[in-house]
Design a protein around this ligand. Structure first.
Ligand SMILES: [Zn+2]
Ligand SMILES: [Zn+2]
Length: 346
């Protein structure tokens, strides 16, 4: 049997924390449920999921539909697109059956790459390798989640670069329907006609648009993600802020850049570390941040208290001891709105 391998290469960098990663998780589940009811897909489609942040890792090897179990997505620090592409190419080398004189190999793999940011590594050599050896042997679809990805760069990987403009639940749901429909039509096309080409479903009715990759993309950071540690449970959590341009308090005709609280989310430390590149973070001034979360681990009222050591912890508003450096203090002494604190990257 000739398989139709479908790869999902999914950015799980810090900015994906919260709603986007939940939507991707739900979306993957929907895709699999839907495809399982389709006789063509059931016969040909095999699915593989690779997650990448500062490093890449497989969440599920190439698996037939009825055995596939939708994975839980981790979060990591960084967006190593180069490492992700190398990981994908190595996996294809091992897992995809090539056509030889004796056997007809697998159909051309379809790769769905989802990313919401710009690479934090140098992907040049991985992109060259992709162009030289894989681009014509695969059908890749690159999807920029929001307007933060470098679509010029994605244009080097594929002719199919699309942007998902809405990142609300409705847009994600429609988007995953589209992915499912595209996989279905492609599996019909290989099964019935033996035609090895990508059949993308029509884009009408969803906030997905084809991107002109020749046009220079101006990439700006939309999110700030800070790292906290709960002073009660010692668990790690991420605090996400979204960029908002607002009027200045002092000069009403001037706009200022502020970051508005989106939410705080517990993360699993070991899986976070295993997907992070460990590079140092940049700084942001807490004066630019609007809103303070409660601690997502223990419910403490103040989830963004900055210690003298520069790290963030939670506090009940009275005394606390820093879970990062051990320093004991009262909130008044350690809270300083103007202090520079370390922050995560896209
Ligand atoms: Zn806490
Ligand atoms: Zn400290």
């Amino acid at each position: 049997m000739r398989r139709l391998p479908i790869y999902f290469l999914i950015d799980v960098s810090e900015s994906m924390v919260g709603e986007p990663i939940k939507q991707v998780e739900d979306g993957m589940r929907t895709i699999i449920q839907e495809l399982r009811t389709d006789p063509y897909a059931l016969e040909t489609v095999f699915v593989s999921v690779i997650a990448f942040a500062g490093r890449a890792k497989s969440l599920s090897p190439l698996t037939e539909l009825y055995k596939f179990y939708p994975p839980k997505f981790p979060i990591g620090g960084g967006t190593a697109l180069g490492a992700a592409l190398n990981y994908l190419m190595d996996d294809m080398e091992r897992s995809v059956q090539k056509t030889t004189l004796e056997v007809k190999g697998d159909w051309k793999p379809i790769v769905f790459l989802f990313t919401d940011g710009t690479p934090t590594d140098d992907p040049t050599s991985a992109i060259e390798k992709w162009q030289r050896r894989y681009k014509t042997k695969c059908n890749m679809v690159c999807i920029s989640i929001g307007d933060n990805a470098d679509t010029n760069l994605l244009g080097k990987l594929s002719e199919n670069v699309l942007r998902l403009n809405g990142t609300d639940e409705y847009s994600f749901k429609a988007f995953f329907k589209w992915v499912t429909a595209s996989i279905k039509t492609s599996s019909v096309s290989v099964s019935d006609m033996g035609v090895d080409e990508l059949k993308l479903a029509p884009l009408n009715g969803i906030s997905l648009e084809k991107v002109d990759t020749e046009r220079r993309s101006v990439v700006d950071e939309n999110f700030v993600v800070l790292h906290g540690r709960c002073s009660n449970t010692r668990n790690r959590y991420l605090i996400k802020f979204a960029k908002r341009v607002g009027a200045s308090d002092f000069l009403p005709n001037f706009s200022v850049l502020k970051y508005r609280l989106v939410g705080a989310y517990p993360i699993e430390e070991a899986s976070f570390e295993s997907l992070s590149d460990g590079l140092s973070n940049r700084n942001i001034n807490t004066n630019d941040l609007m809103g303070v979360p409660t601690c997502p681990c223990c419910g403490n009222q103040y989830g963004l208290v900055v210690c003298e050591c520069g790290n963030i912890m939670c506090s009940d508003g009275r005394t606390c001891s820093c879970p990062w450096c051990g320093m004991e203090g009262t909130l008044g002494d350690i809270q300083d709105g103007g202090m520079d604190i370390t922050r995560g990257r896209g």
